[in-house]
Design a binder for this molecule. Structure first.
Ligand code: SF4
Length: 345
């Protein structure tokens, strides 16, 4: 599978530089090196929470939300515990499409062993340009128990992955955290990555404090009209994502890596550049520099391609140009961001 970096090099003629690790620091590929922690000094946050008994309380609080679902800002209010469904179409039983090592994620997540991705079926955003619509819209996948989710997490660790990467977890968070209890009892000891679309409930993200070590949210739009038009009416996306990402940043801060450059903890934000600046990239990068920190890890992604129903919208019916991507990177540099994911212009 082609990595994001290979894509950027081929499509836009922009490449990567490898910065030799400095003492106490590791390179992101561009800009400021990442702070280093010794792997032997790192313990995933969830182990402490489990020991204190707090994890069980969080599971109970999260499962309770299913009875009148407000797991995401749509606040559908349906009783998913009784098999009612809202916008995401998921019940209170999680479905998994696949679980395997992934080597196309950001470099600090991949290392040599890969990132242990578990892809959950359905999604609360339902974007018209979804690149995984069979999984996220159609719900392809198999039902799994919470315990099976836990065993999948441990399986990722056993095959040498550096982390458990929960892809599209928002609408099934109660099952995931419940499954984590099983995983801990089986010896899970690697960071959890919460890999989401950014349309998150602040209440739920607060309940994940001390459970998640690495947050990997998208920030897709800075304009609510665009979010409403292309993501099933999610007009409050910019405000909801901003509040959730600020809370993620408060919990885990900037990325910290081990001696080999593998991420242990921190916030990494993804932003997909869209045709005609639909995503509002200029405003997004300024927001990161102003409201978070210029050293926040940001991946400006150039691989937009028209998928699913994008062909119904003329502006979404093409890939972005090299000029659009280069402009996005310039905006990020002008905003003062110092940890862009491995791209140099
Ligand atoms: S998780 Fe699904 S059912 Fe719950 S509020 Fe969000 S879209 Fe609605």
């Amino acid at each position: 599978m082609q990595s994001r970096r290979e894509f950027a090099v081929k499509a836009f003629g922009v490449g990567l530089v490898s910065i030799a690790p400095l003492e106490g620091c590791q390179g992101t590929g561009k800009g400021e090196p990442l702070p280093v922690m010794r792997r032997k000094d790192f313990k995933p946050a969830y182990l402490k929470l489990a020991r204190s008994g707090e994890l069980d309380k969080r599971i109970k609080a999260l499962k309770e939300i299913y009875k009148s679902c407000r797991l995401c800002p749509r606040e559908c209010g349906v009783n998913r515990a009784r098999w009612e469904t809202g916008v995401c179409r998921s019940t209170s039983r999680a479905k998994v499409y696949s679980a395997h090592p992934h080597f196309g994620e950001e470099r600090p997540l991949v290392g040599r062993g890969g990132s242990g991705t578990i892809f959950f079926s359905y999604c609360n955003l339902r974007c018209v340009f979804c690149q995984n619509w069979e999984i996220n819209h159609r719900g392809d996948g198999s039902y799994v128990s919470d315990e099976e989710i836990g065993r999948l997490m441990v399986r990722m660790q056993e095959i040498g992955c550096h982390n458990v990467n929960l892809v599209t977890p928002t609408h099934v968070v109660p099952n995931i955290v419940s499954g984590l209890r099983t995983a801990i009892s089986l010896g899970l000891n690697i960071p959890l990555v919460y890999n989401c679309g950014g349309y998150e409930s602040l209440e739920v993200i607060q309940l994940l404090d001390g459970i998640v070590d690495i947050y990997l949210p998208d920030y897709k739009y800075t304009d609510g009209e665009m979010a409403a038009k292309y993501s099933a009416g999610a007009s409050d996306y910019p405000e909801a994502a901003a509040a959730a990402i600020k809370e993620m940043h408060r919990q885990v801060g900037e990325v910290v890596v081990d001696e080999r450059g593998i991420a242990l903890r921190g916030l990494m934000i993804r932003h997909l550049v869209m045709p005609e600046n639909i995503a509002g990239t200029d405003k997004f990068v300024q927001w990161v520099a102003r409201e978070l920190t210029p050293g926040t890890y940001v991946n400006i992604m150039g691989q937009y391609r028209p998928e699913h129903e994008a062909h119904k919208y003329p502006v979404l019916s093409r890939r972005i140009t090299a000029a659009e991507y280069q402009q996005a990177i310039r905006w990020a540099l002008e905003a003062g961001l110092t940890r862009l994911d491995g791209v140099t212009v």
